[in-house]
Ligand binder design. Structure first.
Ligand SMILES: Nc1ncnc2c1ncn2[C@@H]1O[C@H](COP(=O)(O)OP(=O)(O)OP(=O)(O)O)[C@@H](O)[C@H]1O
Length: 352
């Protein structure tokens, strides 16, 4: 659906050129919800605004629905943009127009008749849950409702792609959830490809199928949301998911590990393991199998079980003690069962 090829964007800033995007390559499939995450200034807005050429890349290609947007004439580009809706962080509604008239604006501008507009907007307001507020003005509705108007307006011209530029950043967590649920409904019921940018992993976790992490104008990491959560590769990704899956274990856990390793008897060793898994495999039978068959002691020290898009996702810190060779077998068994295992180095206990 969207092919971004070797795309770069340099702004001419007051203090000289700013290389906001450098050699971006991304392929976004039709019908997926694709998240782009990064810290402030990473280049998220610059990138998403290249997808409808609100920003014109300095070099590279932006292919949407098979057409290279940079090669289109002005009138062809206007037509192509009708297939790409956009929602904004601050909604961008016209205060002098009602909910209905705001949603209808793109169709009015396209010269559609009133009857045709109504045929399109009535069901759209229903879809976004605002049919009962059609005559209200923006000042008379909540932030979440304003964003619903923004979504209805973005969908008015029946686009194939919906771009969301921090659509939930100005909203509280509860409203954020309901707007993200609405975006998912739009994706599933209308088959619209959604590209969303955000600085919050929570947003990615709730609705994205795949995610690209952008850092200093480059794609730092790319993968399915489950893979990125269970096996983050880059420091920037680890720091972004830290709020959901703490990357460092708390000091109290490390103290317990010290205490457990001080109690090891001769001929046994101990390893601190961080385990993460997603999907079908569940820890309980795997861990009890290890205890039974290998005779290991496993102490669960820290952990959480959560859900990413209806898939179970868990993260555990476990201290395994027993014969070194058996611990190695346990690690192999866990890995072959689909569990991601990270061996955490532990400082030797201070003898005293
Ligand atoms: N019009 C502009 N002129 C010059 N530099 C710009 C312009 N717009 C953005 N930049 C710079 O380009 C870089 C990327 O900015 P961009 O707005 O894309 O980042 P972002 O990830 O969306 O950040 P935020 O989350 O804070 O909006 C930043 O260094 C920014 O200062």
């Amino acid at each position: 659906m969207i092919d971004i090829r070797d795309l770069s964007l340099t702004y001419q800033g007051p203090k000289g050129p700013v290389e906001a995007l450098q050699h971006i390559n991304l392929h976004i499939e039709q019908g997926e919800i694709f998240g782009i995450i990064g810290r402030s200034g990473a280049g998220k807005s610059s990138l998403v605004r290249c997808i409808n050429l609100l920003n014109r890349p300095t070099s590279g290609q932006m292919i949407v629905g098979g057409r290279d947007l940079l090669k289109l004439s002005d009138s062809q580009l206007r037509e192509a943009r009708r297939e790409i809706g956009m929602v904004f962080q601050h909604f961008n509604l016209l205060s002098s127009r009602t909910v209905y008239d705001n949603a209808a604006l793109p169709l009015e501008l396209a010269g559609m008749s009133k009857a045709e507009i109504q045929k399109r907007i009535d069901p759209l307001l229903k879809l976004v849950g605002l049919d009962h507020l059609a005559d209200r003005y923006p000042a008379q509705i909540s932030g979440g409702q304003k964003q619903r108007v923004g979504i209805a307006r973005a969908l008015a011209s029946n686009p194939k792609v919906l771009l969301s530029d921090e659509a939930t950043s100005a909203l509280d967590p509860e409203t954020t959830r309901s707007i993200l649920d609405l975006l998912r409904k739009v994706n599933r019921e209308l088959g619209v490809t959604v590209v969303l940018i955000t600085h919050q992993m929570q947003v990615i976790k709730q609705i994205a199928d795949r995610v690209a992490v952008i850092d200093a104008g480059r794609i730092a990491e790319l993968g399915s949301v489950i893979d990125v959560f269970t096996q983050p590769q880059q420091a920037i990704t680890k720091s972004l998911i830290d709020e959901i899956v703490p990357q460092e274990l708390p000091a109290s856990v490390m103290q317990r590990v010290q205490a457990l390793s001080a109690r090891l008897t001769a001929g046994t060793s101990g390893q601190l393991l961080r385990l993460s898994y997603a999907g079908e495999s569940a820890y309980e039978p795997i861990l009890s199998h290890l205890i039974r068959t290998l005779g290991l002691d496993l102490s669960i020290l820290h952990g959480q079980i959560d859900e990413i898009q209806e898939q179970t996702f868990g993260s555990l810190a476990v201290y395994a003690s027993g014969e070194a060779v058996k611990i190695e077998s346990a690690i192999s068994h866990l890995r072959s069962s689909g569990v991601v295992v990270q061996v955490v180095p532990v400082a030797a206990p201070v003898k005293g």
